[in-house]
Design a binder for this molecule. Sequence first.
Ligand SMILES: CC(C)(COP(=O)(O)OP(=O)(O)OC[C@H]1O[C@@H](n2cnc3c(N)ncnc32)[C@H](O)[C@@H]1OP(=O)(O)O)[C@@H](O)C(=O)NCCC(=O)NCCS
Length: 181
Amino acid sequence: MPDGSLHFSSPRVRSAVPADAESIFKLIDSMTGDGTLLRRPLGEIRQQIGNFIVAETEEGEFLGCAALHRYGKHLAEIRSIAVRPEARGAGAGGLLLERLLQDIERTGTGCACLFTRIPGFFAHYGFHSVSPGSVPDKVAKDCIRCPRRTHCDEIAMTHGELPAYAPDILAAARQLVQLAG
Ligand SMILES: CC(C)(COP(=O)(O)OP(=O)(O)OC[C@H]1O[C@@H](n2cnc3c(N)ncnc32)[C@H](O)[C@@H]1OP(=O)(O)O)[C@@H](O)C(=O)NCCC(=O)NCCS
């Protein structure tokens, strides 16, 4: 690890509680400038704290976070997964992702999705690239309002079986992101 790294033996993951909201907000906010993460207002994080998990040191120091957005039994989205720069490379990000995947499996959700610029990390955990229009729920929630939707630099990825959508829904989603796939 580079100088300035946090030193801790093994990170642990737990459900987020209201007292974590500010740390989560600051971490996510620090990564929105270049579009790495979508902005999440503090009020929204507080309101949706039950969807978040956090990683911390054995002493309880905040290391990172991740969240799940449930569209239904067919699909859930991994959101806002981030680890403090000085704590990266020590297993926290992998633990966060594995915990959300376990949750998805435990609840019988068929498929996980996400859009990312670092497909290698997620491929490591069994995600595959798909065309953005393959997940219309995500397109309708975020892409439709995104200024970069016609020149998106993110890779859409899924884990598990893609939900079956009606062909006209898929066609509409592909048209919205202007990417046939
Ligand atoms: C992505 C991120 C959460 C990973 O957190 P981390 O704590 O450094 O990850 P880990 O140390 O748990 O790494 C787990 C494994 O993934 C690999 N990995 C980590 N980052 C990777 C990347 N960018 N590309 C490919 N593999 C990666 C590690 O080598 C490790 O592999 P191993 O199990 O064989 O040792 C972190 O780099 C981060 O916060 N990035 C900025 C925010 C971001 O881009 N989030 C994704 C938005 S979609």
